[in-house]
Design a protein around this ligand. Structure first.
Ligand SMILES: [Zn+2]
Length: 108
């Protein structure tokens, strides 16, 4: 256990719980969607379904990344500028990798 985990162990636990919760939800949605696509006749599967599938896989990968950052103690820092991501933003998007400013820059 690192010093970091000792100093804010309960906050870390809370974040991990939220991320794992989120991960379970997305994983269940992904399984349901995959089954739906599998059952539907091919011509009835829409591009939107594949886009949702891709979105869910992307979210799961981001959540996994966030869980890794929780483990190595770098969670909550912006990957762009290194500043802490505001708690309010993490509240809405617990697996955010960038602060709002860097996110805006990254998506341009
Ligand atoms: Zn930043």
């Amino acid at each position: 256990m690192t010093a970091n985990e000792v100093s804010d162990g309960s906050a870390t636990r809370e974040v991990r719980r939220r991320l794992e919760d989120e991960r379970r939800k997305r994983a269940a949605q992904l399984v349901a969607l995959e089954e739906e696509i599998e059952r539907a006749p091919l011509e009835e599967v829409e591009a939107a379904d594949y886009a949702r599938l891709e979105n869910l896989r992307q979210s799961l990968a981001e959540i996994d990344g966030a869980l890794r950052r929780v483990d190595d103690g770098t969670y909550g820092g912006c990957e762009g500028c290194g500043q802490p991501i505001p708690a309010g933003r993490l509240e809405i998007l617990p697996y955010a990798r960038f602060c709002v400013r860097c996110q805006g820059r990254a998506s341009r």
